[in-house]
Design a protein around this ligand. Structure first.
Ligand code: AMP
Ligand code: ZN
Length: 461
């Protein structure tokens, strides 16, 4: 039985999909105006672990991930500049070039981290008509209003606003955390469509029934998730900062439009931290996966590091912890490479460890525990073939590429080969004393000697 923590109900719940064995999973993708960093790697690796956990439980997952290539302003409210337009100006490229460049790098990093490819990867700019249709629906329900700079959603029309983040209309009013545009009815009303300013040099703008402009940030995820997963689906994932305002606004606009529950389970990953702060672009305290690779680490060491923390705790990044992850990974690869698989062992299995592993994973994806169980298994007395069977099952979640590890080939240096030949000759001549001396010499160099059919075989110790 799979238990998942649901941020909406703030408790662990038994996972029950709407239409088993199918599961719809929507993952909020990146805003592609700059390099993605290892904080993103952490969030997307944990979403990958969620997907693998569902598949481990025999669900057929349809994962949809968006690419935000328009409409995310430099503030999470509705002010500031479009991050993409700003990126283009900074780099002297077109907005489209900037989006493509950073999307390609992000997708390469996903590959490096061995993240399963979502079934659908969709760009906001390819779905403007769907967003306009959704805004029209909201307009027909009387939940929108137009002011100087755009079309806004009136959150007073959705009494359940705040159910995900706790930021209800009353609390927001009291706290006045959001900067107030005097034309807005409520401070937390958010833009569905922004008008291009009159003197605008925007590259990305589209005609709409309300005027030329571009979509607000939140509307893309509602429009695209509904297009590919239906009006109600199972799980929506993202980083903890997506909870508010992004996901709260997604819920408000989607549920107002459809009158149905939008998403049953919300999955949020806590931040990757560095020196006690969130790793982020704006704080300039970030490393990219390429920085990690340049320092000589394998990207899968980063994946291993992610496995050592639970997605609902902060992952505190230090180079020391990455070194430890790399060492553990090397040890694992080494041990797997040395495993001797005997055919007649194949009926023995490590049922105890398999069961413990499944329990850990099905308990809200407890990968730190699952990793500890894997090392217990490695230390156990089971035959290698039984261990390997279990490891390959575990690696369906871990994704460390254990199925690709070749048996270690031992290269015997030429001088050792020569000693072995001399020893064979000595044995042919029945010069046992010399043969023994040569054996000792070979062993001193760290190799083992085995005599079979009158031949001297040299092996790794
Ligand atoms: P963005 O490109 O800023 O929209 O971020 C894409 C995703 O990465 C979002 O789900 C963010 O919550 C997540 N994210 C960004 N920084 C971090 C971090 N330091 N730790 C965890 N997740 C992060
Ligand atoms: Zn989103």
């Amino acid at each position: 039985m799979l238990q998942l923590y649901n941020s909406l109900t703030r408790k662990k719940e038994e996972f029950k999909p709407i239409n088993p064995p199918e599961v719809g999973l929507y993952t909020c993708g990146p805003t592609v105006y700059d390099y993605d960093h290892i904080g993103h790697a952490w969030t997307y690796t944990t979403a990958d672990l969620l997907r693998r956990t569902l598949e481990f439980n025999d669900y057929k997952v349809r994962q949809v991930m968006n690419i935000t290539d328009v409409g995310h302003l430099t503030s999470d409210g509705d002010t500031g500049e479009d991050k993409l337009e700003k990126g283009a100006r900074r780099e002297g490229k077109t907005v489209w070039e900037v989006a493509k460049y950073y999307t390609d790098i992000f997708l390469k990093h996903r590959n490096d981290l061995n993240l399963l490819k979502p079934n659908v990867i969709c760009k906001a700019t390819d779905h403007i008509p769907e967003m306009i249709d959704l805004i029209k629906k909201l307009e027909a329900k009387g939940a929108t209003y137009v002011i100087t700079d755009g079309v806004y959603f009136d959150i007073s029309k959705f009494p359940a606003y705040g159910k995900l983040s706790g930021n209800t209309l009353e609390k927001l009013k009291a706290g006045a955390r959001i900067e107030v545009n005097p034309e807005k009815k409520n401070p937390a009303d958010f833009a569905l469509w922004k008008f291009s300013p009159a003197d605008s040099k925007r590259e990305m703008e589209w005609d709409s029934p309300w005027g030329k402009g571009f979509p607000g940030w939140h509307i893309e995820c509602s429009a695209m998730s509904m297009k590919y997963l239906g009006e109600s689906f199972d799980i929506h994932s993202g980083g903890e900062d997506n909870k508010f305002p992004h996901h709260e606004c997604e819920i408000a606009q989607t549920e107002t439009a459809t009158g149905k529950t939008f998403v049953n389970y919300w999955f949020h990953t806590r931040f990757l931290m560095i020196n006690g702060q969130k790793m982020s672009k704006s704080l300039k305290n970030f490393y990219t996966l390429d920085d990690v690779i340049k320092k000589g680490f394998s990207p899968l060491a980063m994946r291993y590091l992610c496995l050592t923390a639970h997605y609902r705790t902060n992952l505190n990044f230090t180079w020391k912890s990455l070194e430890a992850a790399q060492t553990a990974l090397n040890n694992l690869y080494d041990a797997v490479g040395r495993m001797k698989i005997k055919k007649n062992d194949s009926k023995i299995n490590c049922a105890k460890f398999d069961r413990q592993f499944t329990e850990a994973i099905n308990d809200d994806i407890n990968t730190p525990k699952a990793i500890a169980i894997m090392w217990e298994l490695m230390k156990s007395q089971y035959p290698d073939s039984a261990k390997k069977q279990s490891l390959l099952i575990m690696d369906k979640i871990f994704g460390l590429g254990l199925d690709k590890i070749k048996k270690k080939k031992i290269t015997i240096p030429p001088e050792i080969k020569k000693l072995a030949e001399q020893r064979e000759k000595a044995r042919e001549e029945k010069n046992w004393a010399l043969a023994d001396q040569l054996r000792e010499k070979i062993e001193k160099e760290g190799f083992a000697v085995e005599d079979t059919d009158g031949k001297t075989k040299v092996k790794n110790k």
